[in-house]
Write a protein that binds this ligand. Structure first.
Ligand SMILES: Nc1ncnc2c1ncn2[C@@H]1O[C@H](COP(=O)(O)OP(=O)(O)OP(=O)(O)O)[C@@H](O)[C@H]1O
Ligand SMILES: O=C(O)[C@H](O)COP(=O)(O)O
Length: 394
């Protein structure tokens, strides 16, 4: 990476504004998945060990520029404190005089978690005034929020204009692993794309067709492709205006010699619910009143074979509605195949696929689980991430 990292600056005794991505799932007022908190620990611990005064900043959810009680970072401070075995103070604001007073009484190695930065309208607008107000709190800016690096916001991009700006270890690691995987991939290189939204994944599919040997399509977005093949898909998810594009991807795959795999069978349901009636059908036989909510067993078997023969696999998006057990088999089969493939380097691209792998207890067996959902997708698309671009060059 050609950007400075936290090791390139002296932070002893300095006030460090460290942007992390603590946008974690919550249940009943408690952190229900701490993956992102754990992932930020190396940088936080390093700053503490170096004697910095550590100000942590993050967003949580999408409060739309106003304070929302359930989206305060208080439970995160508690969990972080438990994980570090150390006090973590929290403020009720993210900048301003009350925050400054707290910083004034900090000792070297202390940690202060600022309130949700998205409580202020200026954050998502990347308002220079807010960016300056953040910058005023600190001497150095560290961005370790890979998961939010695709957002040009005041705490992820704007602030970097005003004080020395470097990356944290998590940011560095994510960029390194994803960058290596994409720029010099081991082959066969396979991408698995699932999830629900074709339109969000178009860029990545287009870009991956330039790079991969195999592309496996699953999840809700598969049915726009199935429709493009000329089959009826009943009530399955369809993005009508993307059918032509799906066709063009099939042609591009052919022209590039990419093996494009689509479901050959599916588990269909008579209702979108956990206790719907289900059956397995061939892909050309989806009944008119039913919807496909998972890939079928034959498809899963084929995908497993391809995965096992691959040296590198990147995976983004579940194969079915894995939240319901009846439609979790396809996603589980893919996760299990990755877990079993010892010679295969597996990169899971955040969000739902990471949650699925976690749910099946297979997370430990993946080579890398990215903390970025949208960020890893945009990176794979070949887009520049504003939160990275803004950092100081080496
Ligand atoms: N066949 C299907 N029909 C409808 N929805 C589906 C189907 N297969 C998967 N899904 C749903 O897709 C959702 C995930 O879609 P999304 O495109 O957001 O995936 P993702 O890339 O993993 O998410 P993120 O962007 O958070 O990383 C899951 O909630 C899952 O239930
Ligand atoms: O969860 C994520 O992908 C990041 O924290 C970014 O969140 P956002 O999509 O609300 O900007």
């Amino acid at each position: 990476m050609n950007k400075k990292t936290v090791k390139d600056v002296d932070v002893r005794g300095k006030r460090v504004f460290c942007r992390v991505d603590f946008n974690v799932p919550m249940k009943n007022g408690q952190v229900s998945d701490e993956t992102r908190i754990r992932a930020a620990l190396p940088t936080i611990q390093y700053l503490v060990d170096q004697g910095a005064k550590v100000l942590l900043a993050s967003h949580l959810g999408r409060p739309n520029g106003q304070a929302v009680e359930e989206l305060r970072l208080t439970p995160v401070a508690k969990r972080l404190s438990e994980l570090l075995g150390k006090d973590v103070k929290k403020t009720d604001e993210a900048y301003g005089d009350s925050v400054k007073s707290e910083i004034d009484i900090m000792n070297e190695g202390d940690i202060l978690l600022l309130e949700n930065v998205r409580f202020y309208p200026g954050e998502e607008k990347n308002d220079p005034e807010l960016a300056k107000a953040f910058a005023e709190l600190a001497d150095v800016y560290v961005n370790d929020a890979f998961g939010a690096a695709h957002r040009a916001h005041a705490s992820t991009e704007g602030i970097a204009k005003y004080i020395p700006a470097v990356s944290g270890f998590l940011m560095e690691k994510e960029l390194d692993i994803l960058g290596k995987a994409l720029s010099n991939p081991e082959r066969p290189f396979t991408a698995i794309i699932g999830g629900a939204k074709v339109k969000d994944k178009i860029g990545v599919i287009d870009n991956l067709l330039e790079k991969v040997d195999n592309l496996l399509i699953g999840g809700g977005l598969a049915y726009t492709f199935v429709k493009a093949q000329g089959h009826e898909i009943g009530k399955s998810l369809l993005e009508e205006d993307k059918i032509e594009l799906a066709k063009s991807f099939m042609e591009k795959a052919k022209a590039k010699g990419v093996n494009l795999y689509m479901p050959v069978d599916a588990i269909v349901a008579d209702d979108f619910s956990a206790d719907a009636n289900t059956k397995v059908v061939a892909i050309e036989e989806i009944p008119a009143d039913w919807e496909a909510l998972d890939i079928g067993p034959k498809t899963a078997e084929t995908y497993r074979d391809v995965i096992q023969k691959s040296k590198l696999v990147i995976w983004n998006g579940p194969m079915g509605v894995f939240e319901f057990d009846k439609f979790a088999q396809g996603t589980k089969a893919v996760a299990q195949a990755l877990a079993d493939a010892n010679d295969t380097y597996s990169v899971i691209g955040g969000g739902d696929s990471a949650a699925a792998v976690e749910k099946f207890g297979l997370a430990e067996q993946m080579s890398h689980i990215s903390t970025g959902g949208g960020a890893s997708l945009e990176f794979m698309e070949g887009k520049q991430l504003p939160g990275v671009v803004a950092l100081n060059d080496k």
